[in-house]
Design a protein around this ligand. Structure first.
Ligand code: GLA
Length: 373
């Protein structure tokens, strides 16, 4: 079984449920709203573009487990129950992902008032893995949530425990872990997970995007088919980000071979956002494995170039303008790390008609994604 040979792509409910203060609000997290998102994922062309995992994040749970000790959907918001929801979502052609945590408290439980006993999978790993497998779950997001402080757990052995239980079910379940880069996950997570969060939560603002990008610089040696660095879900389309910032965010995630988990409201999504997220040329860069994840190859005061080899021998590069003014990039053998005879603008596929060296202008907070040969 070779899972996640390309970076997983999908949609996740979490970012949609954050209000403008980045605070979770579950009142709209209902069976009905979730199914509407799933339908929109198909209707908008996201599934056709490769986004296949539909992931229900924290906040779906009932305050109590059922009589068999299994997790269940919130009694009022998920009346038909999680198994029925999964069946419905999967009937649309999507794969289903679910959320749990290794400790006793989920992250949202720690600052929300829907506190109950036993929502986390602590000491219930087998019960939960078996239930997920029986329900047809294809993806598990397993989220640390301070389990070292709340429950005195150690990250590696705790995450390995669930990997073991998932393995015992015999089902192909992508295992996505999240401990925000606290315990050097890149050193051990590749052994038994398909993706691990490298960093803390990404929010829909330019500072958060830049801070997250900076923390990826040294991680390129750890990614490979089947095990991916995860700089967190996409905030593209969410409050606070401009069109230029959405582009930069997407192009850098593509150059990092990052899992692409859309985190916007698919019903309210603009055509501009949909066109960006479904741009096949950009997605191709993300999904292609040329032997190494993208890395920073040139750095100026407020601009940088990130590049990665493509499997056809070309080189993909993002010219990222972090600053508040237009920047003119010198693109040449020194800044790219290799010579080039031709270049295309990836999103449009158009020939840039440059060779050897060129000056390319990029607006504030914007980026260009190019592919040179
Ligand atoms: C953490 C994770 C988020 C989300 C929430 C859920 O903050 O990093 O991605 O899953 O928990 O509570």
């Amino acid at each position: 079984m070779a899972l996640a040979q390309t970076p997983p792509m999908g949609w996740n409910s979490w970012n949609v449920g954050l209000n403008s203060n980045d605070y979770p609000d579950f009142s709209n997290l209902t069976e009905k709203s979730i199914l509407n998102q799933a339908r929109a994922m198909v209707d908008s062309g996201l599934l056709a573009a490769g986004y296949e995992y539909f992931v229900l994040d924290d906040g779906y749970q009932n305050a109590r487990r059922d009589y068999r000790g299994r997790l269940q959907g919130h009694a009022l918001r998920f009346r038909a129950g999680i198994p029925a929801l999964i069946e419905e979502v999967k009937s649309l052609g999507l794969k289903f992902g679910i959320y749990s945590v290794p400790g006793s408290l989920t992250c949202a439980q720690q600052y929300n008032d829907y506190v109950a006993d036993g929502l986390g999978s602590l000491n219930k790993e087998q019960v939960d893995a078996e239930a997920f497998a029986e329900w047809g779950v294809d993806f598990l997001k397993y989220d640390w949530c301070r389990a070292h402080l709340n429950d005195g757990l150690f990250a590696k052995e705790t995450f390995a425990k669930m990997a073991n239980e998932l393995g015992k079910t015999g089902k192909e379940i992508v295992y996505s872990i999240s401990e925000y880069g606290l315990f050097k996950p890149h050193e051990w997570a590749p052994e038994f997970t398909q993706m691990w969060r490298t960093t803390d939560d990404l929010f829909a603002n330019w500072d958060s995007i830049l801070r997250t990008i900076d923390l990826q610089v040294d991680l390129y040696p750890y990614s490979k088919p089947g095990s991916w660095n995860d700089p967190d879900m996409l905030q593209i389309g969410n409050h606070g980000l401009t069109a230029a910032e959405n582009r930069s965010h997407f192009y850098v995630w593509a150059i990092l071979n990052a899992p692409l988990m859309v985190g916007t409201d698919l019903i309210k999504m603009t055509d501009e956002v949909r066109d960006l997220l479904t741009n096949r040329n950009v997605i191709e860069i993300d999904q292609d494995w040329g032997g190494q994840q993208g890395r920073r190859v040139w750095q100026g005061a407020e601009a940088e170039i990130w590049a990665k080899p493509m499997s056809d021998g070309s080189l993909a590069a993002v010219l990222l303008n972090r600053g508040d003014r237009t920047f003119i990039f010198s693109v040449n053998a020194d800044t790219l790390g290799r010579e080039f005879a031709s270049a295309i603008d990836v999103p449009t596929g158009s020939d840039l008609a440059i060779s050897g060296s060129a000056a390319l202008e990029v607006a504030a907070h914007d980026s260009m994604l190019i592919r040179v040969r």
